[in-house]
Design a protein around this ligand. Structure first.
Ligand SMILES: Cc1cc2nc3c(=O)[nH]c(=O)nc-3n(C[C@H](O)[C@H](O)[C@H](O)COP(=O)(O)OP(=O)(O)OC[C@H]3O[C@@H](n4cnc5c(N)ncnc54)[C@H](O)[C@@H]3O)c2cc1C
Length: 400
């Protein structure tokens, strides 16, 4: 079996790469011969996994793909053979099989960098994947059923980047789903950060607003500290202090999917593949990379971040360029100068910034309303409406 365009990964980059690739082939008068390989067939709303009810935070991807005649192959890619233009895939329960491609878009995303702390791999929770977020949610429910047991009243979040801050400030609200206010008020929520300040992770303009929100949410911020070890029912800090705690959640940053390293091409310290301005992997002209797995310049000076907003746009450019390369047409350099962030701050609202230096544009309820719009509308694909999908898959279309 061989496909004109094969897309690996059903996340934000993969979805938009497949749709944009199909769109260009259609516009070029060709029947799209595009397939996406995804292990579970869902688009997981990873940016929302700090929220309650994670079971609701993924959408089936096949109807969206089918609206533009893209095939979904439910499988996991095991290896890529660039010389043979072929992939080996593992089809759940049906063994392995090879698929060829004329152009490949690698969009297999990223995974949590589990901290190198003894016990972290075994005893820490995370919100990196749908399964992990659901598992944490069930655990939160269960500890609130027996709040007096040792370690049930302390929740430790490791890593005070955007995800750690969102999870910590949202936590008390989440616990209120499972226990009364009196019980929840007694829970200690601790946010630990290795560095002495939050400025590097969040930007100096945002730090005072975040610090205030953490106080409002009764989250203890512990700076310049890390963990020595994690057990099932306790943690020990680097300073030797040991506390009872059976909920340690790692929000310690992302690393590119290991498929990147398997290509033998240049990667950076996050494991991301170096790509040229057309998002072609350096030295492999028929392989494009997009999203968290790619190291690309967003505007000539700033590198795109491992973020949803960059993944969606990169995905479109990668799919567009892959199709245009097959059609023998000119390609478009990836360019995305606008950068915004919107950090949820629980009951304190949110903070919305624009620019790489994160200039604060909105706070409180106004920013919270923007966050809701982003989380419930902008990052979702238009359902299965072909015309809406064709319009949205244009590289110039905005998701706002
Ligand atoms: C908790 C959390 C909060 C976040 N908050 C924000 C935020 O507020 N704003 C923001 O912009 N970004 C946020 N992000 C980052 C954002 O989610 C990612 O940058 C984005 O998901 C990257 O999209 P992607 O398509 O590159 O990868 P992913 O969304 O990770 O998708 C990768 C896809 O590849 C598939 N895959 C993996 N391995 C294989 C394989 N071997 N074979 C086939 N398929 C494979 C996966 O199943 C998945 O479908 C957050 C991330 C997390 C985890």
């Amino acid at each position: 079996m061989k496909k004109e365009i094969l897309v690996v990964g059903g996340g934000f980059a993969g979805l938009w790469a497949a749709l944009a690739g199909a769109r260009e082939l259609l516009l070029g008068g060709r029947q799209p011969d595009v397939a996406m390989i995804s292990p579970d067939g869902f688009l997981t709303m990873r940016p929302r996994l700090y929220e309650s009810n994670p079971e609701k935070l993924r959408v089936p991807i096949e109807p969206v793909l089918n609206a533009l005649e893209v095939e979904l192959i439910s499988a996991r890619v095991q290896t890529v053979d660039p010389a043979k233009q072929s992939l080996s895939i593992d089809i759940q329960g049906k063994g392995t099989r090879d698929i060829g491609y004329a152009a490949l878009v690698l969009a297999a995303g990223s995974e949590l960098q589990v901290p190198a702390i003894p016990g972290a791999d075994k005893y820490s929770f995370n919100i990196d994947t749908y399964a992990a977020a659901v598992s944490l949610d069930r655990h939160l429910c269960s500890i609130m059923q027996s709040p007096h047991k040792a370690g049930h009243q302390t929740i430790l979040v490791v890593g005070a980047g955007i995800t750690g801050v969102e999870l910590a400030t949202e936590m008390r609200g989440r616990l209120r789903q499972y226990a009364n206010a009196e019980t929840v008020d007694k829970v200690r929520i601790i946010l630990v950060q290795r560095s002495a300040s939050l400025v590097r992770a969040l930007g100096e303009n945002v730090v005072p607003i975040v610090t205030d929100a953490l106080q409002q949410a009764d989250v203890e911020l512990v700076l310049a500290e890390s963990l020595r070890s994690i057990e099932a029912d306790s943690v020990t800090f680097s300073n030797g202090q040991r506390i009872a705690c059976c909920t340690t959640i790692a929000t310690t940053g992302l690393r590119a999917n290991s498929l990147a390293a398997s290509l033998g091409a240049e990667t950076d310290r996050y494991g991301r593949l170096a790509v040229d301005e057309m998002l072609r992997v350096q030295g492999l002209s028929d392989i494009f990379a997009a999203g968290d797995i790619a190291r690309a310049f967003a505007d000539g000076a700033q590198l795109a971040l491992m973020s949803c907003q960059h993944a969606m746009k990169m995905g479109k450019f990668a799919g567009y360029n892959a199709a245009r390369q097959l059609l023998g047409l000119s390609q478009a350099p990836y360019f995305q100068p606008d950068y915004v962030t919107c950090i949820d701050l629980g009951d304190s609202g949110a903070v919305f910034t624009s620019g790489w230096d994160r200039q604060v544009q909105m706070t409180g309820c106004e920013a919270k309303s923007r966050k809701r719009t982003i989380n419930t509308q902008w990052i979702y694909p238009p359902r299965t409406d072909r015309a809406a999908l064709l319009a949205a898959a244009d590289i110039h279309a905005s998701h706002r």
